[in-house]
Each structure stands twice: as structure tokens, then as C-alpha cells.
Design a protein around this ligand. Structure first.
Ligand code: ADQ
Length: 484
């Protein structure tokens, strides 16, 4: 199934010879003192690989080097690899603190995730956010060939499309938001809401994961900019005449084939058996895999599992829960707090329900190679994905892709973008702990027939909507091949 959509994507990329410029906060490279610059792991890089494979492209982003410390012996990143040209934007420490850690991760991130922690609005940080967006815009304006396609990514760069259009009206600009776009009741509190909406409308195409995100954006444009969107289009007046902006949903997927191959490999199969054996061959192995972020609902998930074990609904001698949490944004205070909360919950659970030689909750605060992650997915009987809010959630899709025998159970929060496409999962409201406990128990004790029926349907959807389809749908609309 994925091959069909992959072949279609490749054909479509070959059909277009316009050059592509990708703009994102980070470059797809990272520096390792031992080996030098190497490809950075991460969702965006993987997602963009299929688009970048057959096109001449430039990727503009921050490398992680600071402009004001003379790079402490870190050499500049290579400017090219294959047909991808790399352009580094250097930021000062003050810029990173204000633009990235401050406004992006202290204000926009929580606001766009239902304000589940209080967003902090600092005027000086918005000023820095604006200046860094300008810096990126100037760099793109200098580098982009005439008439190029520019694909801007994510919440750190929402002002950029308008700034870039003013500098380079010849470019075709697309913007994709990887996180949710909130409804008016929440978005309206943002002190610089007009600037954000106007910034995004500098694009020709604005993409979200879900229809809800697109509808929220169109409503806000009507409310605060007094524009009258018609369907998925907004007509904006400019000095040079009117211009049409298209707004739509493009649900991201994963590279399904990669996960299938990994899951089928003898190395991963062996490792999965080893993991189960190391955990004492439990009857039920439950798994959570997330960046350690307060939006992911790791804390409520641990509470729900702990209560099930305490109540005796699940037997602690036969059930093991493994939570993998990737270190994330450790300079932001709320992230230090969630780490402490999670670690306290894990140690309480083991203190209360564990026995000598019986550890019901395992917690790994570390990054993992893809193969190890795939082995975890293969080993786990039940996958728990319970965010309070999530743009899409790729972990849910990765687990499903790895279940090559069409078994296993996915418990999924209805507040993820993924839930729109994964109705056959055990859907839960993470704010309702009793409901969540019931769903986890049902998933853990489902008949093999029910689990199989659900998993087969989930796999169909994940293969159908893979990342190549996401990228080719977005590119097709950006190039105007769908007709405007
Ligand atoms: P994230 O919030 O980072 O992404 P998610 O979509 O789940 O969330 O992607 C996480 C990725 O990191 C997955 O590919 C996963 O395999 C990987 N990962 C997690 N833990 C890991 C570990 N310990 N070691 C190695 N890899 C690990 C943002 C949005 C999401 C949206 C994506 C893509 O918040 O809603 O789905 O972008 O648009």
C-alpha cells in the first residue's frame, strides 16, 4: 500500500522542476564532538526526506551554534549533501532564550495546547521572536532562486511568511504547523494575535494536521482581521492587487515501510524477545514512548496504570509498564516540573505495589536508537498514547506499523490529531481517569479476534496516509497543481 503512494509521490516530485527551500527552526544536522556533523534524528527530517530525495533543495535553519561565543571550536556545518544545500542561521544566546525558549516554548507551545500550563507573555520575548523571524526571512530572501517554492515549518516561524512576501513577492510560500491550532476562546488571549494571523496569511498555502485547526484559523481570520473566508480560501488585499490563500488539513504520517522492515528484521525480533525476557516475561507488557512534555499525559497514564495494579484489576506479578521519556527542553521551568512529577509517580508506584524482584513500572529517561524503539513496539502488548493535546502523534502510528502480525492494542487519547484517523483504537479522554482505566483494562484483556480486527483496520489507515502522501499532497497544493 505504501509503495503505491511512495511511487506516486516520486512521480509528482519529478514532474516539478521548481527549486524548493525548506525553512525550519533547526537544520537537519547535529554536531557530535567525536564524529563531527551528522544527520539529526527527528520527525521533521524523516518526514521531509521523500520530498528532498529527487529535488534540488536548500534547507535554512539554526544549527545549534551560537553567534556570540565564536562557536567554541565547533566547525560550521557542511554546506551540502547530495542535492540538499545547507544554510546556517546563527543565533545569539539572547535570541535563543527570547525567541525559542521564551516565546516559542513558554508562550506559544502551551497556548496552542489548550493552555494546559499557563502561557507566559513577555513583550521583550515577542520582540526577539519578531527579530529572529526577520533574520530568517532576510536569509531566505537572499538565497531563494527566482520563483522558488518555500516551505516554512512550525510555530517558531509564524511571522516569517508575511515578512518574506514583502521582501520577495515572486516566491510561492507554504506554511505547515506541526502542533494544534487552538479555537478562538484560547487563541484570543495571545497579545500579538493579529501579527500571528497576518504573518501566516503571507503564505499561499497554510496547512494544519486537522480540519479543526484549519477551521479555527479561518474563524480567527474573520474575527480579528475582518476578512471573509469562503470555504478553504481567504482573499487578501495587497498593494499589487488581491491574492488568494488556501487553508487546509494535511495529516502527517510516517515512513511505514521503514518500520515494517525494522519490525520484521531478525535483529529487532530477537531484541523484542530479549526485552520481554529481561522484564520477566510478563503476561501483559504495556508501553509509553514520549518526549518528556507536560502535554503528553504521562503523569495521568502512570496514575491510571498504578490504580489498576493497586485495585487488583491488573496483576502486578503479570503486568509490566515501561515508560520511555526522551529528555526535552530542559532549560524551560515547566519541563523540569513535569520531570519531577513523573519521577515521583514512578517511584511511588514501585514503592507501593512492587515487591523484591517485582518492579511494575519501568522508566527510561533517554534517547534511543530507532532499532531499540522498534523492538519496544514489537515487544509491547498494549501501547498507551494519552496526551492532553497533540498535533498528530507519530508514536501511535509507529506502534501500529510495527505490529506486523496484526496483534497488540492501542489506547489513544481523543485529543490527538491521530485520533481523527484512528477510530479503531481504544479512544480515551485523558481527563477522565476512570474512563481511561476502563479502556486500558479492556485493551489489555481484549480477545485476540477483537484486537486483530482493530489492528488490521488501523494498519490500513496508517499505510494509506503515510508521510510520502502528506508531503506530496502539500507540495501539489503549494505548486498549484490542484488548481486554485
Ligand atoms: P512531538 O511532540 O515530538 O512532535 P511525536 O509526533 O510523537 O511528538 O513524535 C515524536 C518522535 O520522536 C517519534 O518519531 C518517536 O519515535 C521519536 N521518539 C520518541 N521518544 C524517543 C526516544 N526515547 N528515542 C528516540 N526517538 C524517540 C511534533 C508534534 C506532534 C506531531 C509531530 C509531527 O507535537 O503532534 O505529530 O511534531 O508533525
Amino acid at each position: 500500500m505504501s509503495e503505491t503512494s511512495g511511487q506516486r509521490a516520486e512521480q509528482e516530485h519529478r514532474d516539478s522542476d521548481q527549486e524548493l527551500v525548506v525553512v525550519a527552526n533547526r537544520l537537519p544536522l547535529e554536531y557530535d564532538p567525536e564524529t563531527g556533523w551528522r544527520p539529526a534524528p527527528g520527525g521533521l527530517v524523516t518526514a521531509m526526506e521523500s520530498v528532498l530525495r529527487d529535488k534540488d533543495a536548500t534547507w535554512i535553519g539554526w544549527s545549534g551554534r551560537y553567534e556570540d561565543d565564536r562557536h567554541q571550536d565547533v566547525p560550521p556545518p557542511p554546506t551540502g549533501s547530495g542535492n540538499l544545500h545547507i544554510e546556517e542561521v546563527l543565533l545569539t544566546r539572547a535570541e535563543v532564550a527570547g525567541y525559542y525558549e521564551g516565546l516559542s516554548n513558554g508562550a506559544i507551545w502551551p497556548l496552542y495546547h489548550d493552555a494546559i500550563v499557563t502561557p507566559i507573555y513577555h513583550r521583550t520575548q515577542f520582540d526577539t521572536y519578531r527579530r529572529v523571524n526577520e533574520k530568517f526571512a532576510r536569509r531566505v530572501a537572499q538565497s531563494a532562486p527566482p520563483g522558488a517554492l518555500v516551505w516554512v515549518h512550525d510555530y517558531q516561524l509564524q511571522l516569517l511568511p508575511r515578512m518574506l512576501r514583502q521582501l520577495r513577492p515572486d516566491l510561492r510560500i507554504g506554511f505547515f504547523l506541526h502542533i494544534p491550532f487552538p479555537p478562538a476562546e484560547i487563541f484570543s488571549q495571545f497579545p500579538w494575535r493579529r501579527q500571528i494571523l497576518e504573518g501566516l496569511l503571507g503564505s499561499d498555502l497554510v496547512g494544519f494536521h486537522t480540519k479543526d485547526g484549519a477551521v479555527n484559523f479561518l474563524r480567527l481570520v474573520r474575527k480579528f482581521l475582518a476578512l471573509r473566508p469562503g470555504g478553504d480560501r481567504v482573499v487578501v488585499d495587497e498593494l499589487s492587487g488581491t491574492r488568494t490563500v488556501r487553508v487546509d488539513a494535511f495529516p502527517i504520517g510516517i515512513r511505514t515501510q521503514d518500520f515494517v522492515e525494522l519490525a520484521n528484521s531478525p535483529e529487532v525480533q530477537d531484541r523484542a524477545r530479549e526485552i520481554r525476557a529481561d522484564l520477566g516475561d510478563p503476561k501483559t507488557l504495556m508501553l509509553g514512548v514520549d518526549r518528556l512534555d507536560y502535554t503528553k499525559g504521562i503523569d495521568v497514564r502512570i496514575r491510571a496504570v498504578t490504580e489498576l495494579l493497586e485495585d487488583g484489576d491488573l496483576d502486578p506479578t503479570e503486568t509490566v509498564f515501561v515508560q520511555v521519556a526522551t529528555p526535552s527542553r530542559e532549560n524551560v521551568e515547566e519541563y523540569q516540573r513535569i520531570r519531577e512529577d513523573v519521577e515521583l509517580l514512578v517511584s511511588r508506584a514501585n514503592g507501593d505495589i512492587g515487591k523484591l524482584g517485582v518492579t511494575p513500572v519501568h522508566y527510561l529517561h533517554q534517547n534511543m536508537p530507532r532499532t531499540e524503539l522498534a523492538a519496544m513496539y514489537v515487544a509491547a502488548d498494549v501501547m498507551l498514547v494519552t496526551p492532553f493535546r497533540d498535533g498528530m502523534n507519530l508514536v501511535a502510528k509507529e506502534y501500529v506499523a510495527c505490529r506486523v502480525h496484526e496483534d497488540g492494542a492501542l489506547v489513544l487519547s481523543e485529543f490527538t490529531g491521530a485520533a481523527n484517523q484512528m477510530a479503531e483504537a481504544w479512544l480515551v479522554n485523558p481527563y477522565d481517569i476512570d474512563g481511561m482505566k476502563g479502556a486500558i483494562l479492556d485493551a489489555a484483556t481484549a480477545s485476540p479476534e477483537e484486537a486483530h480486527a482493530r489492528m488490521a483496520a488501523l494498519r490500513h489507515g496508517v499505510f494509506e496516509h503515510d508521510v510520502e502522501r502528506w508531503a506530496s499532497d502539500f507540495m501539489r497544493d503549494l505548486e498549484g497543481r490542484r488548481g486554485w
